[in-house]
Design a protein around this ligand. Structure first.
Ligand SMILES: NC(=O)c1ccc[n+]([C@@H]2O[C@H](COP(=O)([O-])OP(=O)(O)OC[C@H]3O[C@@H](n4cnc5c(N)ncnc54)[C@H](OP(=O)(O)O)[C@@H]3O)[C@@H](O)[C@H]2O)c1
Length: 362
């Protein structure tokens, strides 16, 4: 503020909830009275309520949408008769590539981007900047843990505040913005690392971008042929081999030595949250080429149970539901008291019986 004033600007602050149209109207009326007509509108507000879609309730969804959608809609409506030169909104690079746990935030930013495109199409100023992760200012810089998660998952290199402002200046300096520049993404992205964890990046949309991307160092030996590893082994040996492979995946996700991960303990007790569970599922699909049923990985699932499901899947690609469903049912109905080792053995026995019956019927 001081730097702006020192540079000769008159600065006044009118605080309000921008998603509340009446409050925003009051702030804009005061602004006009003191400073004259509105020459520019910027919406940089954000509220994060991250959660996997399955756990997201209406309240958390709405809270993330309001500061972006309701505020921008009110801003547009209330300045329709002002000589607005810049109408700028801040979006995120996650609208381009997605981010598990941020469906509400991505939806809100996508809406903002659509509004800016619509404004451009109507010949009005409108610009959405989809930022990458900012490393030294803002929310991520304040919350180390979230920053680390996002960087790990998306393979972002971070952008400094100074670099962001420099990029913003260059975009704003383009007076003759064409329609398609209504949305500009300014984000350094390590595509090689990002594609490890974001299944969406395997879609044809990204073929061109990813063609030259180097995979990160931890991707060496990307694919593991589990079927070859367990061939000729009995059921228990096969399960233990797969559990060992899973243990190293979980160790990578939790950044812990593999020897500290017990395959008998529920994932939640190991320190895995639901997003990490999703990461494990995606990594199993990618590295081992095995599709796991949705219920196969939950808070109370153990690596032994997942290994059991995978072994069943290897023997019969459509199998494995039984182990996953048993584990899910036990978690729902027995809760923390469930004996996971016993459950894994029960699932194993049911699966073995099911397979032998299948073979007998074949
Ligand atoms: N930081 C990043 O790495 C990053 C990356 C991509 C995109 N972005 C975008 O950049 C923008 C700023 O991010 P940031 O990291 O600086 O966020 P931040 O530090 O959390 O600041 C968000 C601000 O929005 C305000 N706000 C929330 N709801 C509001 C409402 N209804 N009316 C008025 N103000 C409201 C908050 O005010 P209170 O404090 O009073 O609640 C807070 O000052 C956001 O739009 C975000 O989507 C940031």
């Amino acid at each position: 503020m001081k730097r702006l004033r020192d540079a000769g600007a008159e600065v006044k602050v009118f605080a309000c909830d921008a998603s509340d149209e009446a409050a925003l109207k009051k702030a804009l009326d005061e602004t006009r009275k003191e400073l004259g007509p509105i020459g520019g509108m910027w919406n940089v507000a954000m509220v994060l309520r991250d959660s996997l879609l399955a756990n997201l309730d209406a309240e958390n969804f709405t809270e993330a949408l309001k500061p972006k959608i309701d505020a921008a809609a009110a801003m547009e409506k209330l300045t329709a008769n002002d000589p607005v030169g810049d109408f700028v909104v801040y979006s995120s690079a996650t609208t381009v590539i997605g981010n598990p746990g941020q469906s509400n935030y991505v939806a809100a930013n996508s809406w903002l981007e659509a509004l800016m495109r619509k404004r451009r199409a109507a010949g009005k100023p409108g610009l959405a900047i989809a930022w990458g992760a900012l490393g030294d200012v803002g929310y991520l810089a304040r919350t180390g843990e979230v920053k680390e998660k996002i960087q790990k998952r998306l393979g972002y290199a971070t952008l400094s505040g100074a670099e962001a402002l420099e990029g913003l200046g260059r975009v704003l300096a383009q007076g003759d913005m064409r329609l398609e520049t209504g949305v500009v993404t300014i984000a350094p992205i390590d595509w090689g690392q990002a594609r490890r964890d974001l299944a969406y990046l395997s879609s044809p949309t990204f073929t061109q971008v990813l063609a030259d991307a180097e995979m990160g160092p931890q991707d060496s030996g990307e694919q593991v042929d589990l079927a070859a590893l367990v061939r000729g082994k009995d059921a228990r040996e096969a399960r233990d081999i797969v559990a060992e492979a899973l243990t190293s995946e979980v160790a990578r996700i939790l950044k812990l030595p593999a020897k500290e991960i017990s395959p008998q303990r529920p994932l939640a007790e190991l320190g895995m949250d639901s997003l990490m569970g999703l990461e494990l599922r995606m990594s199993v699909e990618r590295r081992f080429d095995i599709d796991l049923p949705l219920v196969a990985i939950g808070d109370s699932t153990t690596l032994l149970t997942i290994a059991q499901t995978i072994v069943s899947r290897i023997h019969e690609p459509d199998a494995g539901e039984a182990a996953a469903v048993n584990s899910d049912l036990a978690a729902r109905h027995i809760g923390d008291d469930v004996d996971h080792a016993e459950l894994a053995e029960f699932s194993e026995a049911v699966e073995a019986r099911r397979l032998s019956m299948g073979r007998a019927n074949a």
